[in-house]
Write a protein that binds this ligand. Structure first.
Ligand SMILES: Cc1cc2nc3c(=O)[nH]c(=O)nc-3n(C[C@H](O)[C@H](O)[C@H](O)COP(=O)(O)OP(=O)(O)OC[C@H]3O[C@@H](n4cnc5c(N)ncnc54)[C@H](O)[C@@H]3O)c2cc1C
Length: 341
């Protein structure tokens, strides 16, 4: 077991909200360590849609999931955050007032005055389609996320599903694929109507195929897909493909968070909306993991929550100091912290 790492705050989750929390805490001279199960920084933005555009980050008309992660990393650089990637926080105990002890499955122990849970949906895992013998193809020619669009260039692709992910990737990959077939079990889609219309227009123009049915079997060798059987209403059809992307949604596995004695509401953590503190003083929850009346699972909501959370954390970390509200535009002291004055 390695030495205990002592810090002001441990942030569980290095998604966009955990990253922005480093900035807001840093402005108040609060040091943070971040721990994430993933081997990369950026949470859902990095794992699920690195190359997809996001249009609703205030002041940024267009940015990809990867671009947002990079921009947040640039923004928090002055605060030199410590990342512990590929490690899951498994235990969290309150051992003082305020003092928390956390352990990871990588054998690290942390002691922090406050803990910020920014764990999103927990350890999210894609739902596997019910196709016998799919396992050998996974990560070789069956993928549950698109990490690099170029990996699918000039390939015969099968996309399976009827929600936003299936439709969005259909529209994004159709221009670069050799041939793209979208398979959905019925001729109605849950995705955004605009995406459905665009997809149908492509089908009408002969730019892609749409099959109504279910993938029942895969054909190939050594994990390399050659074709899939699609069972329709009246018959089964063989469709040649080199890669399959099933989008059946994600199972949000909360993981160890549920065992930490925090009040939960349907796998989410209820919080006070003035501070984003949980029922345990000094323990905060921000981003997709929390719940309160009117909660929207949007990145911008998580950014707001990070700002308010930091104000309360300040009082635990510096109980004898008075917090003076300041703007980054006009405060020389904040600008010094950011390295711009
Ligand atoms: C396809 C898609 C498109 C989207 N488009 C938009 C959009 O256009 N605009 C928008 O605002 N939002 C969008 N979202 C939602 C947005 O991605 C989420 O609101 C955002 O990622 C939440 O950020 P977060 O930091 O709270 O959690 P996450 O991004 O989920 O990050 C949480 C991190 O915590 C880690 N973690 C969990 N448990 C532990 C543990 N015990 N130990 C260590 N690490 C742990 C996870 O590995 C994960 O990396 C989209 C989501 C998807 C799936």
């Amino acid at each position: 077991m390695s030495e205990t790492i002592k810090t002001d705050v441990v942030i569980i989750g290095a998604g966009p909200v955990g990253l922005f929390a480093v900035f807001e805490l840093g402005l108040l001279d609060i040091k943070a360590h971040l721990v994430d199960i993933l081997d990369k920084i950026g949470g859902q933005c990095a794992e699920l849609y690195p190359e997809k555009p996001i249009y609703d980050i205030p002041g940024i008309p267009y940015i990809t999931g990867h671009g947002l992660t990079e921009a947040l990393l640039e923004q928090i650089k002055p605060f030199k955050p410590n990342f512990h990637l590929g490690e899951m926080v498994t235990t969290l105990q309150k051992v003082g007032d305020p003092l928390f002890r956390l352990q990871t499955d990588g054998g690290k122990t942390f002691e922090a005055k406050c803990v910020v849970i920014a764990a999103g949906g927990g350890s999210f895992q894609p739902k596997r389609p019910p196709i016998q013998g799919i396992e050998p193809y996974e990560e070789k020619s069956v993928f549950y996320a698109v990490r690099k669009m170029d990996a699918f260039r000039d390939k015969k692709l099968l996309i399976v599903g009827g929600g936003d992910s299936a439709l969005d990737w259909t529209l994004n990959l159709q221009p670069i694929a050799k041939r793209l077939t979208l398979v959905h079990r019925r001729d109605e889609f849950r995705g955004a109507p605009d995406s459905v219309n665009k997809m149908r227009a492509l089908v009408a123009a002969g730019g892609m195929d749409l099959k109504i049915g279910q993938v029942t079997a895969l054909e190939g060798d050594d994990g390399r897909l050659v074709a899939a059987s699609i069972k329709g209403k009246d018959s089964t059809e063989r469709v040649e493909c080199e890669a399959m992307l099933p989008f059946f949604g994600l199972t949000m596995k909360l993981g160890p968070v549920a065992d930490w004695g925090i009040a939960m509401n349907e796998n989410l953590i209820p919080v006070d909306t003035g501070t984003f503190e949980t029922n345990i003083p000094g323990l905060f929850a921000i981003g997709d993991i929390n719940t309160y009346p009117g909660k929207l699972k949007l990145i911008l909501s998580g950014f707001h929550e990070a700002a308010l959370m930091s104000q309360k954390v300040y009082h635990y970390v510096y109980p004898d100091k008075r917090l003076v509200f300041q703007y980054t535009t006009s405060s020389t002291s904040l600008q010094k912290k950011l390295g711009v004055a």
